[in-house]
Design a protein around this ligand. Structure first.
Ligand SMILES: *Cc1c(COP(=O)(O)O)cnc(C)c1O
Length: 450
């Protein structure tokens, strides 16, 4: 790790001027005149450069990165292995269309995903551009392989913004409001959300599973259920770690009933939680796994990987797309996978978890507004409440703490159906020192506002 190369950077030294600075403010005026306001911007500080654990804006302000562009720059911005491979590819060709003139790097990424995803059965992979596209294709594959139509998703789920992915996503604002009608044959089951399960966390797995089973068997019909899709840890939904056993029971129900179990590992996959895939913690081998965010070191690439007999069910030309598995993105993915393997980044994610558990635990000890500290690996969160007994979500406080951190040069994201979760997902190459500084700012924010 590069921690010895990084000098101490107190807030005052990292920020040259109040955010946004002059150049960012000017760019933001142009944005408002040119870019759809449907594309939101959290902090109008315009990027100039990315380093391992820091994003530098055009005014020279340095932000400690506890977001990694939502779990994308897992191996850091411009990881040397990613950059070298992409540069080399740029000198060879930038596009052919894999379906037209195929190339080795696509095949190699498929081989790597087949090797790294859980299970030793025979697998195949198809590549796409975004997480939503991977999810849509996983459902297409499940439907064509089973000849069934129904799909079951869960409360608090996030699966993307395209029409079918939006239908699978739970939250109305901002993802669905005004964008219907949604894709049909999508059903929603309760999530085993331990902190908010009405009869308590111990009963969450069993009771949520029973509710799922009633929905699947009595309303949808097991024989109509093509697929069940679940995140091993819910991302946008608030880093909800399912009650122990729930994920595995759902997968088992699918196996018993001929439905395809899709693990949406777009956010949790590729070392984020300390293993290649978070399904491993649940001792579960999904039928299909979707990947995207951390896969290609910042370049757009996604995949569906799974059982050969499912993946081969679609007719030639039924899966794919003009850009799917772009050669630059494939080379980037191969570089990112090398960086993860050689840098031991799974182990690093668990070290980051330990550091966060200490730092976030100290904040929780001082502040009853922290209802729960949860997560796995470098995917940690605080759920904020107005009162620890009623557990009423503290959305306004969450937003103010986030703003405090942003103003102090620490990039922090929120999440959750109730907008009351602060989530932390730094690049795995961030130094301990940068993490400690980020946590110190977060602690200050709580002390000042909570
Ligand atoms: C981000 C995300 C998606 C959607 O990915 P996009 O690349 O934004 O389309 C799907 N599923 C999960 C679990 C995600 O976190």
């Amino acid at each position: 790790m590069s921690s010895d190369l990084v000098s101490r950077e107190p807030t005052a030294d990292r920020l040259r001027c109040p955010v946004p600075g002059r150049r960012s403010a000017e760019l933001d005026r142009r944005r408002r005149a040119a870019v759809s306001s449907g594309v939101g911007v959290l902090l109008p500080a315009y990027a100039d450069r990315g380093e391992d654990g820091v994003v530098v804006d055009v005014d020279g302000n340095r932000f400690i990165d506890l977001a990694s562009g939502v779990a994308v720059t897992t191996v850091g911005n411009r990881n040397p292995r990613v950059v070298a491979r992409v540069r080399d590819q740029l000198d060879r060709f930038t596009h052919t269309g894999f379906f037209l003139t195929p190339y080795e790097s696509y095949v190699e990424v498929a081989e790597e995903l087949n090797r790294l995803t859980p299970g030793t059965h025979e697998k195949r992979t198809a590549l796409f551009n975004s997480g939503a596209e991977a999810v849509e294709n996983a459902v297409k594959i499940a439907r064509t392989a089973t000849g069934r139509r129904g799909v079951i998703a869960f409360d608090h789920a996030f699966h993307g913004r395209t029409n079918l992915a939006m239908a699978l996503t739970a939250k109305n604002q901002p993802y669905k409001a005004g964008f219907g009608p949604f894709a049909g044959e999508v059903h929603r089951a309760p999530m085993a959300y331990p902190y908010r399960w009405p009869s308590g966390p111990e009963r969450a797995a069993q009771e949520a599973f029973e509710a799922f089973r009633t929905l699947a068997e009595k309303q949808v019909g097991a024989e109509n259920t093509a697929a069940v899709i679940l995140e091993p840890i819910q991302g946008e939904g608030g880093f909800v770690v399912p009650a122990p056993g729930f994920f595995r029971e759902i997968a088992r129900w699918c196996a018993d009933n001929g439905a395809v179990f899709i693990a949406d590992e777009v956010q949790t996959g590729m070392c984020r939680t300390g293993d290649w895939f978070a399904s491993s913690y649940e001792h579960t081998v999904p039928d299909l796994v979707t990947t995207a965010k951390g896969l290609a070191g910042g370049l757009p690439l996604s995949g569906v990987t799974g059982r050969a007999e499912l993946m081969d069910a679609a007719g030639p030309g039924g899966l794919g797309g003009t850009y799917g598995g772009n050669p630059l993105a494939c080379e980037a993915a191969l570089g990112a996978i090398e960086a993860m393997e050689e840098g031991g980044l799974g182990v690093r994610a668990r070290e980051i978890e330990a550091l966060f558990r200490t730092g976030l635990g100290a904040i929780a000890d001082r502040h009853p507004s922290v209802g729960e500290v949860r997560g796995r690996g470098a995917m940690m969160a605080l759920e904020l409440v107005e009162d620890p007994d009623t557990r009423r979500p503290a959305a306004a406080l969450t937003r103010r703490i986030q703003q405090y951190c942003l103003d102090a040069g620490v990039l922090v994201l929120t999440a959750g159906t109730f907008d009351n979760v602060l989530r932390f997902l730094p690049p795995l190459v961030i130094s301990d020192e940068q993490l400690t500084q980020g946590l110190a700012v977060l602690g200050e924010a709580f002390d000042a506002l909570a």
